[in-house]
Design a protein around this ligand. Structure first.
Ligand code: NAD
Length: 245
């Protein structure tokens, strides 16, 4: 199986990668749905409630307390998967990384065409005037504002992250659909494929080299051309060695 994947990657110059939180667990960032994920940590209010727009609006301090404790990992570094994807782009083989992640690790690894479907924890904006802030400024404003960061104009500042109940950026979505529908090889990895509309993007793929790498089963397992029910590291380490030869 690995030989087949290496062959497809060797032959292609139109690879697209679509990933989720499982791509960053090997960097020490927990995902949502694995046994060690955020959804199993026993919080009183379910994470999907806290991470919703209505909760942000009505309980902003509680939202930010949770957000800074569970969504921000300043020490995290790119892992082998992030490195392999940056290398494939550098070799002119990979066209785009489409990610549901908000951690910025693909860019840190050197990937340049990264579509962040769910936004990024690196960027923040004022809900009224749109002024942009970085994370350091927001942390300071949080401390100064009893846990809620306010803009100079007086309105609240929100992470540029797509919360439950908010829509995805249409331009990003259209670009992702275009990349996927034109891809020769599509690698889907580290995603439970249950969060829509992101998960539905796989349906736009029209080729016959659909690869899925995921530690646990998904509803797409029977529809793919090559399935690795394993941790990413097991697949990616030999591939990285192959491309570094
Ligand atoms: P998910 O938690 O629903 O699914 C992650 C999947 O990855 C699981 O099926 C799990 O079995 C698999 N997985 C975990 N570690 C793996 C590994 N080392 N190798 C292979 N597979 C592995 O995550 P999702 O599908 O991305 O959707 C949930 C939402 O979580 C997304 O919207 C995303 O924005 C958000 N999220 C992002 C981060 C991040 O930015 N790093 C972290 C947590 C959650």
């Amino acid at each position: 199986m690995l030989k087949q994947l290496a062959k497809w990657l060797d032959q292609s110059s139109n690879i697209v990668f679509f990933g989720g939180a499982g791509v960053s667990t090997e960097s020490g960032i927990p995902d949502f749905r694995s046994a060690s994920g955020l959804y199993h940590m026993g919080s009183q209010i379910p994470p999907e409630v806290i991470l919703s727009r209505s909760f942000f609006d009505s309980n902003t301090k509680q939202f930010y307390d949770f957000y800074f404790e569970h969504m921000i990992y300043p020490e995290a570094q790119p892992n082998l998967t992030h490195q392999l994807l940056a290398k494939l782009e550098d070799m002119g083989k990979l066209k785009a990384v489409i990610t549901q992640n908000i951690d910025g690790l693909h860019q840190m690894a050197g990937s340049s065409e990264v579509l962040e479907l769910h936004g990024s924890t690196a960027h923040y904006s004022c809900l009224a005037c749109g002024r942009a802030y970085d994370i350091a400024a927001v942390e300071e404003l949080c401390a100064a504002g009893q846990g809620v960061p306010h803009c100079d104009c007086g309105a609240k500042i929100k992470p540029d992250v797509v919360l439950y109940g908010e829509s995805l950026d249409q331009n990003t979505l259209v670009k992702a659909v275009n990349y996927i529908s034109e891809a020769d090889v599509l690698i889907v990895a580290g995603t439970s494929l249950v969060v829509y509309p992101a998960a539905g993007l796989v349906d736009y793929y029209r080729g016959d080299k659909l690869v899925l790498i995921n530690a646990t089963k998904t509803s797409y397992d029977r529809r793919v051309n090559l399935l690795f029910n394993s941790k990413l590291k097991q697949v990616v380490e030999p591939l990285l060695a192959h491309f570094n030869e």
